[in-house]
Structure formats: structure tokens, C-alpha cells
Design a protein around this ligand. Structure first.
Ligand code: AMP
Ligand code: MG
Length: 342
């Protein structure tokens, strides 16, 4: 299959492909998505094939207006808390899980009785959904397990020849996937941290729980509330090791392990102090910038094929830092070296 690269003047071509049951990589403000018609089960199957995604991992349904939830009869009822969240955070990087109707194909819900819905803020994403005339199922447009794509080039690196087209809308602003919150539990619960922070959600809703799997490894045999959280994920080919400790301890540990095949995923302030190859996430403490650069940094590390080991600090769990923590700890297969315990 030849993958067409479209620009922002070619939304109509992308929409036509989607209406005909094809797969298009689309820009969103979080990461690039791999989109198909969410109400066409046969089309949705192509996403799983293109990504190599396990069939038990459900997909997020993207809408172009809050009213689309009722228009397409996607959920059994809209809880009051969903209205509050929509008012506060939509369009934007928040996915809301509610009880689904039978309109949702089993391929999208992966056998669950719920559906995850998001109204993205990216103008091109909104235009494509509207022009396609249907909600779009769109997981991140990477091969399953690898870092998510934040540019059209990243999508092509993974998907060239596997999908019909990719629409180039520039680099994604947020850089990590949406926050996923379920309203199908007694208390609203965050299943995946992302662009909207837990602190902001608590301000809007009051009590909000954070699922254990956000920062901890699931115990053997445990059922994942969010199936995507149980897989090793976001990982570059090089081995990622997370170092827990202060800035000085981090720098001395990395310098003590300097070698040609070592790279530090670090902050701007560390660049002159480190004696190994470096890739910077941005200034210390600037978690929004770290999130925006994270996947591009991981992909750049892989482009240098000589790198075998990546040393990164264990990120903060504050604000958007929690989303970076959640991605990096999975990229590292939960391997953390405690520098204070050495
Ligand atoms: P991605 O499509 O790569 O952004 O990943 C979507 C994430 O949302 C995965 O971790 C899924 O497991 C999760 N997800 C989607 N739908 C549901 C649902 N109905 N219930 C729980 N988690 C969901
Ligand atoms: Mg993904």
C-alpha cells in the first residue's frame, strides 16, 4: 500500500478515505492518531493490524463537538460529572469513559461495556472528524509498544506502507497522550495521566482517585482497568534506566558509567556537566516542555543506532510531570536505580 502524505489543504481527501473505510494518520494536540470510522467495525480492525495492537486494548472515540455524543447515541447516559468535565476541559487532552450503547462496535470497546470519548482541540482534527461525518477511533499512530508519534515524520517512520495516508499538521503541542478518566466507577478515577492534570480534575470534580497502575507495575494476574496500561510501552530500542536521586548524584552516576553506547536523557542545565551523549527534554522543572519533547527525544535516541543504554532521572509526579513519569517508567520496564541506596 502506498501511504499518501497530505497537507492541511487536503482534509477533503483524508475525509474521503475515512468514509470509504480507510486508515489515516491525523494530527491532534496530544500525539498523532491512527484514525478510522469508529462506527465501522471492519475499518477499525485495520488499525489493530497496522499497529500490531492486541485486540483486547480498546480505542478512544474522537468527536468534533460535545453534542456528537447524543447525535451518534454513543453512551447510555451522560453523567453530570461528564458535563462538568466537558465544560472545563473540552476541547482538549481529556478522555472520558462512560457506559456505552450498542452503536459502539466490539472492536472499539474490546469487549468492555464502556467507551472512551475525547473532543480534541486541534483544528485539523476537528475539521477531519466533521468532514468524515462520523466519530473517529484513533489510538496513537505508532507501532504497538514503541514511542508515540508527535510529528507526521514519526508516523511515516512506523506506518509507511501500512496505512492509506497521513495528514501533516505540524508537531503536537502537548506531546503526551490524553488523560483518561473513567466515570463508570463509583468515584471518578484516572486510568492514565496526560495533558490535563489530576490537580485540575480535582478542582473541577472534587474527589478523584488515581488508579494504582498509573505509577506501579500491575501484579501478575491482576486485571487492568485500562488494558493499555499492562503492556511494556513507549520504549525505544535502547534500554532505559531511571535514576532516583538529586541532580548532582545523577550527573556523577552517569559520568561514572560513561561509554560510547551510553546516552543521558537530561535537562538543559545538565548539558555541560555530562560526559556522555545527551538528549535534553528542556529546562529543569518545566514539565510541560518535557512532555512536549519526550517522545521525540526517545525516537531521536533510537535513530542513533549505537546507543544501548539511556540514563534518565525519575521524573516528578507533580502536574504534567505525572504523565512523563507514567510513560518513562513503562519505557524503562519499571526499572529504577535508587542512587541514595547505593
Ligand atoms: P491510545 O489509543 O494509544 O491513546 O491508548 C488508549 C488508552 O485508553 C489505552 O490505555 C486503553 O486501554 C484506554 N482505554 C480506551 N478505552 C477504554 C475503556 N473503555 N476502558 C478503559 N480504558 C480504555
Ligand atoms: Mg498508544
Amino acid at each position: 500500500m502506498k501511504t499518501q502524505v497530505l497537507d492541511k489543504s487536503q482534509v477533503d481527501i483524508a475525509a474521503r478515505i475515512l468514509k470509504n473505510g480507510g486508515v489515516v494518520g491525523i494530527p491532534t494536540e496530544t500525539v498523532y492518531g491512527l484514525a478510522t470510522d469508529a462506527l465501522n467495525g471492519e475499518a477499525v480492525k485495520k488499525i489493530f493490524q497496522a499497529k500490531g495492537r492486541p485486540m483486547d486494548n480498546p480505542l478512544i472515540v474522537h468527536i468534533a463537538d460535545y453534542s456528537d455524543i447524543e447525535k451518534y447515541n454513543l453512551v447510555r447516559e451522560i453523567p453530570e460529572s461528564a458535563e462538568k468535565l466537558a465544560k472545563a476541559f473540552w476541547p482538549g487532552p481529556l478522555t472520558i469513559i462512560m457506559k456505552r450503547t450498542d452503536v459502539i462496535p466490539p472492536e472499539v470497546s474490546a469487549g468492555l461495556d464502556t467507551v472512551a470519548i475525547r473532543f480534541p482541540a486541534h483544528p485539523l482534527a476537528q475539521q477531519i472528524i466533521k468532514a468524515a461525518g462520523t466519530p473517529l477511533a484513533a489510538p496513537s499512530a505508532n507501532l504497538s509498544g514503541s514511542p508515540s508519534p508527535t510529528t507526521a515524520r514519526h508516523v511515516l517512520n512506523d506506518m509507511d506502507g501500512r496505512i492509506d495516508a497521513v495528514l501533516d499538521g505540524g508537531a503536537s503541542e502537548v506531546g503526551v497522550e490524553s488523560t483518561v478518566i473513567t466515570l463508570a466507577a463509583d468515584v471518578p478515577r484516572v486510568l492514565r495521566p496526560g495533558g490535563v492534570t489530576v490537580e485540575e480534575l480535582r478542582e473541577a470534580l472534587g474527589e478523584v482517585e488515581v488508579d494504582d497502575a498509573v505509577i506501579h507495575q500491575l501484579k501478575e494476574g491482576a486485571v487492568a482497568a485500562s488494558p493499555g496500561m499492562k503492556y511494556k510501552h513507549y520504549a525505544p530500542k535502547a534500554n532505559v534506566l531511571l535514576l532516583k536521586g538529586g541532580d548532582e548524584a545523577y550527573i556523577s552516576y552517569v559520568n561514572a558509567h560513561a561509554a560510547d553506547d551510553v546516552c543521558a536523557l537530561c535537562c538543559d542545565e545538565d548539558l555541560l556537566l555530562l560526559k556522555v551523549k545527551t538528549v535534553s527534554l528542556g529546562r529543569r522543572g518545566d514539565y510541560l516542555t518535557h512532555a512536549r519533547h519526550l517522545f521525540d527525544c526517545l525516537r531521536r535516541i533510537d535513530e542513533n543506532k549505537t546507543i544501548c543504554t539511556v540514563y534518565s532521572r525519575l521524573p516528578s509526579v507533580e502536574g504534567v510531570g505525572l504523565a512523563v513519569y507514567n510513560r518513562l517508567i513503562r519505557a524503562a520496564g519499571f526499572e529504577v536505580i535508587d542512587l541514595e541506596a547505593l
